[in-house]
Design a protein around this ligand. Structure first.
Ligand SMILES: [Fe+2]
Ligand SMILES: [Fe+2]
Length: 344
């Protein structure tokens, strides 16, 4: 039953980790000149680092637009981890057994940890976590739209783990090779944990699919509702993707939205077979010529609506986050007062 290892993905994370270490031991020449020289030398050194597949580090010179793109992307990623705790947190008190509750608690806690690694990675670019949190609370920065969908039954916790965490890994494994060192390093740890999340979702669905008729129907219903929103997690089609080209050139992004989406579809078809559950797409079939599955695209107009704030749960998610932030004010104040007192 655990034969659901995401084919090759964890191996890719390990290879990325080895490559990171190797890159840290090499240096392209020209660093000293870049530090002493003007804008031209700095840009040349930056380009050489990207070309040589080495990592840009916090103290290195980098183009402003590279810095801004990374701040936007890492912050959006961090916010998604934090808001993403809500749909599943909704089920912690109603998990069907103590074991399920303990697993779900650990999973949701991991997501909080992911948020923290990512805020820390963003801070190395010269913004503070406070600033980023405020941008989220003011609605000026986004989080992944998937978390605006409701979790109606226990099976949704399984579907989120299998499909949403599954899509997250497919998206994030290439980020382990991102050109910005702190982001790449954070992603390695995150991907390893996401792989556990994906398996726990798969295992919940597998149990339900082999339970009573009612449980099986509940599992199928959850997959029916989460399938297309999960496909939308890869973003708009390549033809409409605004940030992609430059991000590819900077080696922040390594594969296009459509390539990653295709990889996810192919992976899920095989795993749905093991689960014995159906994917809700009558046009899903193997295309011998392309060596990949043909499938129905998600509703991108719906994606745009949810991104703009009009999804089924946008208001509720933001209201909850604002309330939680206000409720936690005393903890932040107490920690700051303690830190001040503890300073020699
Ligand atoms: Fe996560
Ligand atoms: Fe996760």
């Amino acid at each position: 039953m655990y034969g659901n290892d995401i084919p090759g993905l964890l191996g890719e994370v390990e290879a990325a980790e080895v490559a990171l270490r190797a890159a840290a031991d090499r240096q392209v020449g020209g660093r000293e000149q870049a530090e002493l020289g003007g804008a031209e030398q700095s840009q040349a050194y930056f380009d050489a680092v990207i070309d040589a597949d080495q990592k840009v580090e916090p103290r290195d010179w980098m183009p402003d637009s590279y810095r801004k793109t990374l701040i936007r992307q890492i912050a959006q990623h961090a916010h998604s981890e934090i808001i993403g705790m809500q749909p599943e947190g909704n089920w912690i008190s109603r998990a069907p057994s103590l074991k399920r509750k303990a697993i779900l608690l650990a999973k949701v806690q991991d997501e909080a940890g992911h948020g923290l690694y990512l805020y820390a990675a963003a801070e190395t670019l010269g913004v503070s976590r406070d600033e980023l949190v405020n941008l989220l609370l003011e609605g000026r920065q986004k989080y992944s739209s998937i978390f605006n969908y409701p979790t109606l039954t226990w099976a949704d916790v399984g579907a989120i783990g299998w499909l949403v965490d599954g899509a997250a890994i497919v998206n994030q494994v290439p980020l382990c090779r991102c050109s910005y060192g702190p982001y790449a390093r954070a992603m390695i740890r995150i991907c390893k944990e996401e792989s556990f999340h994906q398996r726990q979702g798969f295992e919940i669905l597998h149990t339900l699919a082999h339970g009573t008729q009612g449980q099986r129907a509940m599992a199928q219903d959850a997959i029916d509702r989460w399938w297309f929103p999960s496909l939308a997690m890869f973003g708009p089609p390549d033809t409409d993707s605004t940030h992609s080209e430059q991000s590819m050139a900077w080696k922040i992004k390594r594969f296009s939205n459509d390539d990653l989406r295709q990889r996810f579809v192919d992976m899920c078809v095989q795993q749905a077979g093991v689960l014995g559950l159906a994917l809700p797409d009558p046009d899903l079939r193997w295309n011998e010529e392309r060596g990949a599955h043909d499938y129905t695209q998600p509703d991108y107009e719906e994606l745009m609506r949810v991104i703009k704030g009009d999804g089924p749960g946008n208001r509720q998610r933001m209201a909850h986050r604002r309330r939680a932030h206000a409720d936690g004010a005393w903890v932040r104040e107490a920690a700051a007062a303690y830190a001040k007192k503890a300073k020699p």
